[in-house]
Design a protein around this ligand. Structure first.
Ligand code: PA5
Length: 445
């Protein structure tokens, strides 16, 4: 199991103060369980892992098989909650160098629909030229501009390159059961489609087809991923006492830190494969808690890379931060430092040591330095990067977020703030129906 250690926050906040959250955390956890809290129509994720059936997984696997058999490349088109979970898992488990190439069994995975970069989309269409590619089009609303725009390009290119019949086979839609343009297109074209449940918001959807299909296409074991999440669901169950519920303790510690002026939580990893786990976590906590003019700002760094950039700020900048470190206990490969006769770099003292030993000492040294520099430290240890453990960490952060948001007093399941930019963008682009907004925004230019 993954483990949580909050002892290195005790010099900054007291253990007693954290334990004092027991009742609040219990109330929050029960509100999730009983559906009595804010946003209670979006709790479909709570018992999702344990309710996933083998028949459902088999359907996902069968579709993944069709895509794997017929594609060299699969484009995952989606944004925010319709993209980050899949990318987080795929990048955590993939080879860092070969994930852009198909191998004997699995297609290469690339992403689109998460930006409006013309150069990005141009380069993507160039990359896909003459390749047998497929598309997984993911959008709960089915109307998100970034994704719809990319899909329009991808659909045309796929049909032009592969013919309409094959395109039907290798384009899959994951969207609402009834509404939205993605649903209408899927039904009209006869694409295989999966449903995003109404009661699961985007950022909590990684264990629905939104995450599971891309992860399966990339060749990873979704059964193990779900098993890990299910075990964490049990470990954070409503009847688990506060002292043994890692998500409740995490939620309590971060709320107490926030109360004590720690406005920024930095998620730290020492394994570059976890970069997108941090991106997924940033969305989960940022969108869930950043409202009503409150909420911890979720930031992330990749160490030791960012020790050479953000390290200075973290060590000596304003003391409004705390760190949550994800530490991977065991690497999946071994590599030792070679000896060098000339020893011009002076590194022979490391000869024969594992690279990971050096990394672990960087981690320990940094932890001590940052605590000495006034940065509280929460530590989450993952035994190794595999599907089972990643499943655990995904669910741990989801339930931790639900409890934490309720302790903070916000609705962790809505995101009213993300509409503001869309309204302005549509007004500036003269979208039909936005005439009034267009006039209003012109006066601000
Ligand atoms: O968490 C969320 O709700 C958002 O990040 C959405 O997932 C994102 O905006 C994409 O929306 P949709 O799936 O409707 O295209």
């Amino acid at each position: 199991m993954i483990t949580l250690n909050i002892e290195k926050t005790f010099g900054f906040i007291s253990e007693k103060a954290i334990n004092a959250y027991e009742t609040q955390a219990k109330t929050a956890r029960e509100a999730l369980e009983n559906g009595t809290g804010k946003g209670n129509d979006f709790l479909g994720w709570l018992h999702l892992p344990s309710s996933i059936t083998t028949t459902f997984l088999a359907d996902i696997e069968a579709t993944a098989h069709i895509l794997r058999e017929n594609c060299e490349v699969v484009v995952i088109a989606g944004i925010g909650g319709s993209y980050l979970g899949a990318r987080a898992v795929i990048e955590a488990l993939s080879n860092s160098f070969t994930r852009l190439q198909e191998d004997k069994k699995n297609p290469a995975i690339v992403y689109a629909g998460h930006n409006i970069g013309e150069d990005y989309l141009y380069e993507l269409t160039e990359y896909l030229k003459n390749k047998k590619f497929g598309v997984i089009n993911i959008s709960k609303s089915g109307t998100t501009t970034e994704t719809a725009l990319a899909f329009r390009l991808l659909k045309k290119q796929c049909e032009d390159q592969r013919g309409k019949e094959m395109a039907k086979k290798v384009i899959v839609a994951i969207t609402d059961a009834k509404k939205g343009a993605a649903r209408i297109t899927a039904d009209n074209e006869g694409y295989k489609s999966f449903i995003i449940p109404d009661n699961v918001g985007g950022r909590f959807s990684v264990l629905t087809p939104v995450g599971l299909l891309p992860i399966a296409v990339a060749g990873f074991d979704i059964e193990k991923l779900v098993a890990g999440a299910t075990d964490m669901e049990e470990a954070c169950g409503v009847n688990v006492p506060f002292a043994r519920n890692p998500a409740a303790i995490y939620a309590a510690a971060r709320n107490e830190l926030y109360k004590n002026g720690r406005k920024i939580e930095i998620l730290v990893n020492y394994n570059p494969k976890l970069h997108y786990v941090s991106e997924w976590w940033k969305q989960l906590y940022g969108e869930s808690e950043g409202k009503e003019n409150k909420g911890i700002f979720p930031a992330a760094v990749d160490f030791s890379t960012d020790l050479h950039s953000m390290g200075q700020w973290i060590q000596e900048g304003e003391r409004t931060i705390f760190e949550t470190v994800i530490s991977v206990e065991k690497t999946n490969h071994t590599l030792s430092v070679p000896s060098d006769e000339a020893n011009l770099d002076g590194l022979n003292f490391l000869a024969g040591k594992r690279v990971d030993e050096v990394n672990k000492m960087a981690e320990l040294g940094t932890q001590i330095a940052h605590i000495d520099g006034g940065v509280p430290n929460i530590r989450i240890v993952i035994p190794a990067l595999n599907e089972y453990n990643i499943g655990q960490i995904l669910y741990f952060f989801e339930i931790g977020c639900g409890i934490s948001g309720y302790i903070l007093g916000v609705n962790p399941f809505d995101q009213p703030g993300v509409e503001a930019y869309k309204k302005n963008m549509f007004a500036l682009l003269n979208k039909p129906g936005y005439e009034e907004e267009s006039k209003a925004i012109q006066s601000k230019l």
